[in-house]
Design a protein around this ligand. Structure first.
Ligand code: FDA
Length: 305
């Protein structure tokens, strides 16, 4: 009960535009650096190199939410292109993740597609894979629509589907004709029980269902979770159906379950770490706190410093 209240509180705070802007101005606080590689591209490159040296692959994400004007969306687009060029120049084992709201989704649909084409052309040229993160339910249809349109033009693009949504198995089935590379996750936003399973047990079952569907459809699947039970389920499934290790990978977030990341790598699985960086750390940080109220201890420690 208390856990649910805290979860709702952090998810609510994560959507607060004023707090987001204030946090951006004052820099990283409250132990957020446990989950965010740093404010600059340089700091994320430093983190990527350290992870790559261990054999871990990466996807970087330049944090940015609530972009509400065209100039800011253009700036975010340029940041992504700069990150792609840097990945190529330094020969890093890294992909790029981004959010469509950063590219202008809340402002103008066509502008967002245009910005995405600029990014994907650069990604194509430099052979860098781009994943469109999935945001809240309100943006789900548009995200899938834009992904579908761009997937017909570009090879190196994937997106994310969330197991907590009732609709997700239909989305997996409907996208199958595109043979998409999908990252499957539980889902990180506060959603109404009208659209998403409120009960964790149902989310976990649905997660297993879509992992099975997408893998058995023969598509590349990123299983993005820290949940041992889901990881073990996937290991058993791939063994049972002789699914090659080249058809899937595990993904985890920077700073979370680091030992588990290294253990999976040691067992010969492909392991990718999601490395966020940038000044807009607040919303991302609030979602990480919501996932695990025990993380609040880190916030309290951060406040004492
Ligand atoms: P669950 O929440 O059940 O956690 C299982 C265990 O993992 C916990 O018991 C704890 O030990 C550990 N754990 C989980 N979260 C933790 C945290 N914050 N701090 C410390 N320990 C933690 N969501 C989304 O809506 N859209 C997206 O695009 C993405 N993208 C994405 C990429 C990658 C690489 C990952 C790993 C996750 C996402 N997510 C996401 C987030 C995802 O939806 C989900 O909220 C988190 O992964 C937490 O769910 P788990 O599957 O880890 O299970």
């Amino acid at each position: 009960m208390m856990e649910q209240v805290m979860r709702n509180f952090f998810l609510y705070m994560g959507k607060n535009r004023v707090a987001t802007k204030v946090a951006k101005r004052y820099g990283m606080r409250f132990g957020a650096s446990r989950f965010v590689a740093g404010a600059s591209l340089d700091s994320s490159v430093h983190a990527i190199k350290k992870l790559n040296q261990k054999g871990l692959s990466v996807t970087i994400d330049h944090l940015g939410e609530f972009v509400d004007n065209a100039a800011e969306a253009d700036e975010m687009t340029k940041h992504c292109i700069e990150a792609i060029e840097r990945i190529a120049k330094e020969n890093l084992d890294s992909q790029l993740s981004l959010k469509l709201t950063s590219m202008g989704l809340d402002i103008d649909y066509d502008m967002t597609v245009k910005n995405m084409r600029r990014i994907l052309k650069s990604a194509d040229q430099h052979d860098v894979f781009v994943t469109i993160d999935m945001e809240d339910f309100e943006r789900c249809d548009k995200t899938i629509e834009i992904f579908t349109e761009l997937k017909k033009e570009f090879e190196n693009i994937g997106t994310v589907l969330q197991a907590y949504l009732y609709r997700v198995a239909d989305d997996v089935a409907n996208l199958n004709d595109l043979s998409p590379n999908l990252r499957l996750v539980k889902g990180a936003y506060k959603e109404s029980p009208k659209v998403a399973f409120p009960d964790k047990k149902d989310v976990d079952e649905n997660f297993k269902k879509i992992i099975r569907m997408h893998l058995l459809n023969g598509n590349y699947t990123a299983i993005a979770t820290h949940d041992d039970q889901i990881i073990e389920y996937t290991k058993e499934l791939v063994k049972e159906y002789n699914i090659p290790r080249s058809q899937f990978e595990f993904q985890m977030l920077y700073g979370i379950c680091v030992d588990r990341q290294e253990a999976l790598l040691k067992d010969g699985y492909k392991m990718r770490v999601y490395v966020p960086y940038g000044k807009d750390w607040y919303g991302y940080f609030m979602r990480r706190l919501a996932e695990r109220p025990a993380n609040v201890a880190f916030v309290l420690k951060g406040m004492m410093k």
